[in-house]
Design a protein around this ligand. Structure first.
Ligand code: CA
Length: 228
C-alpha cells in the first residue's frame, strides 16, 4: 500500500510543488494549509509521516508538533527558517525526527523521507530484553530507559541512538556511521544532528554531562559507549 504523507504548509506554491513531487514518487499526499487543518487531518488520515512547516496560520508548527507527539510517534520532518532552534526542534520539547531548512530541494527532502520510512530498529544482542550497564537500564521490549530506577524520557531518535551504542559497547563509530545507522543511508543532513542528539542524551543519562562516563567522545573519530 502507498505510504501516506500529511504535508502541512501554508505557502500554496511550495505545497503544490511538494505534493506533485511526492505523488510522482508514489506517495499518497494530504495537504493542510494551517495548524487547525493539520490536527484534524492528523486524526482523520493517520499518516505514515508528517512534513510540518513551523510558521503556520492559526496554530503554529511548534504547537502542532507538540500536540501530535502527545499521542503519536509518527515521524515528523520540520520545515524551518534558517535560524530556528535545532535543539528545541529535535529535542524532547518537540521531538521531531528531522528538519529541513528552507530553501531546500525536493530531492533532498525525498531522500530523507525514504530514509525515515525505511528506518529499522538497530541490531541488538540476540534475545536480549534488558540491557544493564551500571545504573543505566534499557528495557528493549517496553522502550523504557531508567537511571537508578528513575525513568528517563527520551525522544525516539535519542532512544534508538542510545540502544545502538549500548548494544555495541566499546566500538567506535564516526558521526557519519551513526547518521547512516540511525537516520538511514540516504540521509543527507549534517553530522551536527548526531552531536545534538549525543549532547541531549548525555544531559539525560550522564551523572556529569560535561564529563561523560557512558557515551564517550573519541577525539578525531566519533563516539563509543563505555566498555565495562
Ligand atoms: Ca509558512
Amino acid at each position: 500500500m502507498n505510504k501516506k504523507i500529511l504535508l502541512v504548509e501554508d505557502e500554496k506554491t511550495l505545497s503544490k510543488a511538494l505534493k506533485f513531487n511526492l505523488e510522482k514518487e508514489g506517495f499518497c499526499v494530504e495537504v493542510a494549509f494551517d495548524g487547525e487543518e493539520a490536527l484534524s487531518a492528523m486524526s482523520r488520515e493517520e499518516p505514515d509521516l508528517v512534513i510540518l512547516d513551523l510558521m503556520l496560520p492559526k496554530i503554529d508548527g511548534y504547537e502542532v508538533c507538540r500536540s501530535i507527539r502527545r499521542d503519536s510517534d509518527v515521524p515528523i520532518i520540520m520545515l524551518t527558517a534558517r535560524d530556528e532552534d535545532i535543539d528545541k526542534i529535535l529535542g524532547l520539547e518537540l521531538g521531531a525526527d528531522d528538519y529541513m531548512t528552507k530553501p531546500f530541494n525536493a530531492r533532498e527532502l525525498l531522500a530523507r523521507i525514504k530514509a525515515i520510512l525505511r528506518r529499522t530498529v538497530p541490531q541488538t544482542a540476540a534475545g536480549k530484553k534488558i540491557i544493564k550497564i551500571g545504573d543505566l537500564q534499557i528495557d528493549i521490549i517496553k522502550h523504557k530507559v531508567t537511571i537508578k530506577g528513575r525513568e528517563v524520557a527520551l525522544t525516539s531518535k535519542e532512544y534508538t541512538l542510545l540502544l545502538f551504542l549500548a548494544s555495541n559497547r566499546g566500538k567506535v563509530y564516526s558521526r557519519e556511521q551513526l547518521l547512516e545507522e540511525i537516520w538511514g543511508e540516504d540521509y543527507s543532513g549534517d553530522v551536527r544532528t548526531v552531536d545534538v542528539h549525543v549532547r541531549h542524551l548525555r544531559e539525560k543519562i550522564e551523572e556529569f554531562p560535561a564529563d561523560p562516563g557512558l557515551i564517550l567522545t573519541v577525539w578525531g573519530t566519533g563516539y563509543k559507549f563505555r566498555e565495562d
